[in-house]
Write a protein that binds this ligand. Structure first.
Ligand code: NI
Length: 167
């Protein structure tokens, strides 16, 4: 188990559409374990594999709300979604920023677990939001893509400044 560095916007690797997982082996399980370690260390409630530079459709989530357990989504697919709602959102790859984004409040998901077993899930609220956010990552999208270009530029400027100070 290991904590891996999280890529920050505007790293071009965050813009790659990740590839479906076809092999469920110990290397995949090691990746998943590292993703949980990295997410909890950050700390965050979700992490997609391409945020640590791995080009695979794997996401981990833990809303830490008591009801939802740590979750692994492999090759996830939203098959139904309803009720648009504006929700506040942030991202480990866009540190220090939060903004309002419109998401679906209810969705139905199909995915595979860490052993490749299919499962389905109805999600609402924060869980539905987190699933949409992680699937966007796997498609090379960030939540800031939904904001105005002015807001996006402001966030980028702030990130560059913070990274310069950290050097
Ligand atoms: Ni994110």
């Amino acid at each position: 188990m290991a904590i891996r560095p999280i890529l920050h916007h505007p790293d071009p690797r965050l813009r790659i559409k990740a590839k479906p997982v076809v092999t469920f082996d110990t290397a995949l399980h090691r990746l998943i374990d590292d993703m949980f370690d990295t997410m909890y260390d950050a700390p965050g409630i979700g992490l997609a594999a391409n945020q640590i530079g791995v080009d695979l459709r794997v996401a981990v989530m833990d809303l830490a709300d008591g009801d939802t357990r740590p979750m692994v989504l492999i090759n996830p697919e939203i098959t139904d979604s309803t009720d648009r709602k504006v929700m506040e959102e942030g991202c480990l790859s866009v540190p220090g920023a939060l903004d309002k984004v419109e998401r679906f409040n209810h969705l139905h998901l199909k995915a595979l677990d860490r052993d490749g077993t299919p499962f389905e899930l109805d999600a609402e609220g924060l869980l539905a939001q987190a699933i949409q956010h992680e699937i966007d990552h796997l498609d090379g999208k960030l939540y800031i893509d939904y904001l105005s270009s002015l807001k996006r530029e402001r966030i980028l400027k702030k990130l560059k400044k913070a990274e310069k100070m950290a050097e």
